[in-house]
Design a protein around this ligand. Structure first.
Ligand code: ATP
Length: 472
C-alpha cells in the first residue's frame, strides 16, 4: 500500500512534525515549507544515503560544496540568462497565470507541448477560454550584492538554479588537486532556487529546494554507455531505498523537451498523483539523468573560437580541456549528470512507506514503513511503567548507551499501546520495552514496526542487534 494522495502525507507531516508550512503564523509564504524535528532527520538520512552510495562506495567520485551565489558571468556563459525560461500564459478573464507546458497537460493536450495552448482550452480556474500568447519568463531568482544603488546593473546576482555550474567552474581545481584521470565524477548536495511560476503540490515544487547532483566526466566516445549505466544505477538506488518498482518508471524526454545543453535525457518518474484518473498524469519527475555533452566545459573555457578566430568566451581565464596522456590528445570531456531533488525523494519515500494496519481492537493504525536507514528515529526506548524509578532509570540508561551510535529516543508519556502506535506512525523500526522482568534478566523486549512481533534481547547485545536491523 502507498499513500492514496499527497494530501494524506501533508496532514501526517504536519501532525507529526515532519514538515510545516513556512512562516505559518504570518499566513505562510506561497508554497514554502519548513522541515521539523523528524523532517530534518529524514532529509539528512536521504542525503547521507545518497552521499555514501555516490561518493564513498565508489572509487571514481569526489565531493564538492560550491557557493550558492556565483559570478554572474557563470550564468551568462552557461546559457541560463538567455534560456532558463518557462513559457507563461495568462487567462485574460480571471488573470490566473500558468506555466504553459503544465497547462497543456492539464487541459489534456495530446503528445508533447510545442509552444501553444490548443484553441478552446478552458481555464482550470474560471472555465473561460481567453488566453494570452505564451511568453518567456526567466526563472532565475535575482538578488543584489553590496550597498549599491537599486538600479545599478552591475550589482545583479542570481541564487543558483542548479548546483551543477559550481562543479563545472571548479573542474580544473578538482582535476589538479585530486590527480584524477577520466572517467571521474564530482558530487554536490545543496540548495537551488527557481522563481517557479506555479509552485505547489506540497514539497514537490517549491522556489527553494535542495538538489543532489553529480557530474561524471568521460571521453566523448564513452558518454552514451556511461549515460545508460547511470540511468540503471539511479533506478536501482531508488528501489534500494525501499521504493516500489510499481511506482517508478523511466521517461525518455522527447527532443523538443531537451534542455539546450542536452543530447539525451531520461527522467526517473514517481507516481506522485495516484488519485488522478488518467494513468499518464499520475507520474512526474523525481530525477533527471542527462548527457550534457561537452557543452559546459567548452562554454566556460577561454580557448574556443568562432570562424573568424574570435574567442567565444572572452571573460574566462581558464581552459577546461583535458589531456589524455595515453593517446596524447586534448579534448573537452563529455558530462553525464544524474540530478535528483532531496525534497522530491523525501516525498516519494514518505508516500511509498505509507500504510495502514488494523489491530485486534479493530482500530486502524498508520505505519510508515520507511527503510530503516532513512527512519528519523532508529529506536524508541519505552519503560512499561513510568512510576517505577528502577524501570525509568534502566530505560534512560539504555537510551544513553545507544545514542552515540544511533538516533534513539526515550518516551514515557502514555500507555505502551499508544507509544507503539506513535512510533509506527513516524517509521521507527524498533521499540525497546523495559519491563519488570528486565530488572532481573537484564533483557528487554524489541518490537518490530512492520510485523508487530516481539523478541527478547539481552541488554548487552542490544546495540549490535539494532544496528543489524538497520541494514535490512
Ligand atoms: P520540472 O520539469 O519538474 O520543473 P526540471 O526538469 O526542471 O523539473 P531539473 O532541472 O532536471 O528539473 O532538476 C533536477 C531535479 O531537481 C528534479 O528532478 C527535481 O527532483 C529537483 N527540482 C527541480 N526543480 C524543483 C523545484 N522547483 N522544487 C523541488 N524540486 C525541484
Amino acid at each position: 500500500m502507498t499513500a492514496p494522495n499527497i494530501e494524506t502525507i501533508v496532514s501526517l507531516a504536519k501532525r507529526r512534525g515532519f514538515v510545516f508550512p513556512s512562516s505559518e503564523i504570518y499566513g505562510g509564504l506561497g508554497s514554502a515549507w519548513d522541515y521539523g524535528p523528524l523532517g530534518v532527520e529524514l532529509c539528512n538520512n536521504v542525503k547521507q544515503a545518497w552521499w555514501r552510495w555516490m561518493v564513498y562506495e565508489r572509487d571514481d567520485i569526489e565531493g564538492l560544496d560550491s557557493s550558492i551565489i556565483l559570478n554572474r558571468l557563470v550564468w551568462k556563459y552557461s546559457g541560463h540568462e538567455d534560456t532558463f525560461n518557462d513559457l507563461l500564459v495568462d487567462c485574460r478573464k480571471c488573470k490566473s497565470r500558468y506555466r504553459a507546458d503544465k497547462l497543456y497537460e492539464e487541459v489534456g493536450g495530446s503528445g508533447t507541448f510545442s509552444g501553444s495552448i490548443p484553441a478552446g482550452s478552458k481555464c482550470p480556474t474560471c472555465g473561460e477560454s481567453d488566453w494570452t500568447d505564451p511568453r518567456p519568463f526567466n526563472t532565475m531568482l535575482q538578488t543584489r550584492l553590496g550597498a549599491t544603488a537599486e538600479d545599478d546593473p552591475s550589482s545583479v546576482a542570481y541564487l543558483r538554479p542548479e548546483t551543477a555550474q559550481g562543479i563545472f567552474v571548479n573542474f580544473a581545481n578538482v582535476l589538479t588537486t585530486s590527480r584524477r584521470k577520466l572517467p571521474f565524477g564530482v558530487a554536490q548536495i545543496g540548495k537551488s532556487f527557481r522563481n517557479e511560476v506555479t509552485p505547489g503540490n506540497f514539497i514537490f515544487r517549491t522556489r527553494e529546494f535542495e538538489q543532489m547532483e553529480m557530474e561524471y566526466f568521460v571521453k566523448p566516445g564513452e558518454a552514451e554507455s556511461a549515460h545508460q549505466e547511470w540511468i540503471d544505477a539511479c533506478y536501482s538506488w531508488f528501489t534500494s531505498l525501499g521504493i516500489s518498482a510499481d511506482n517508478l518508471r523511466l521517461y525518455e524526454q522527447p527532443k523538443e523537451e531537451l534542455a539546450h545543453y542536452a543530447k539525451r535525457t531520461v527522467d526517473i518518474q514517481y507516481r506522485f498523483f495516484p488519485e488522478r484518473e488518467e494513468p499518464e498524469r499520475q507520474w512526474d519527475e523525481l530525477m533527471g539523468i542527462a548527457n550534457r555533452t561537452d557543452f559546459d566545459l567548452r562554454t566556460h573555457s577561454k580557448k574556443p573560437e568562432d570562424a573568424e578566430g574570435k574567442r567565444l568566451n572572452p571573460d574566462s581565464t581558464e581552459d577546461l580541456s583535458y589531456f589524455d596522456e595515453v593517446n596524447k590528445e586534448r579534448f573537452y570531456p563529455y558530462v553525464v549528470e544524474p540530478a535528483a531533488g532531496v525534497n522530491r525523494t523525501v516525498l516519494s519515500v514518505l508516500m511509498d512507506a505509507y500504510s495502514e494496519k488494523t489491530n485486534d481492537k479493530g482500530e486502524t493504525r498508520v505505519i510508515l514503513k520507511l527503510h530503516p536507514a532513512l527512519a528519523p528515529i532508529k529506536a524508541a526506548i519505552l519503560p512499561l511503567a513510568k512510576n517505577k524509578p528502577e524501570l525509568v532509570g534502566m530505560a534512560k540508561a539504555i537510551k544513553r548507551s545507544l545514542q552515540p551510535v544511533l538516533r534513539a529516543v526515550y518516551d514515557d508519556t502514555g500507555g505502551i499501546g499508544k507509544l507503539y502506535a506513535r512510533q509506527d506512525e513516524i517509521g521507527t523500526p524498533s521499540c525497546v520495552t523495559v519491563d519488570h522482568q528486565s530488572l532481573e534478566d537484564e533483557a528487554v523486549t524489541v518490537r518490530d514496526r512492520d510485523t508487530w512481533e516481539q523478541e527478547r534481547v539481552k541488554v548487552a547485545d542490544l546495540q549490535e542487534y539494532l544496528l543489524e536491523r538497520l541494514k535490512e
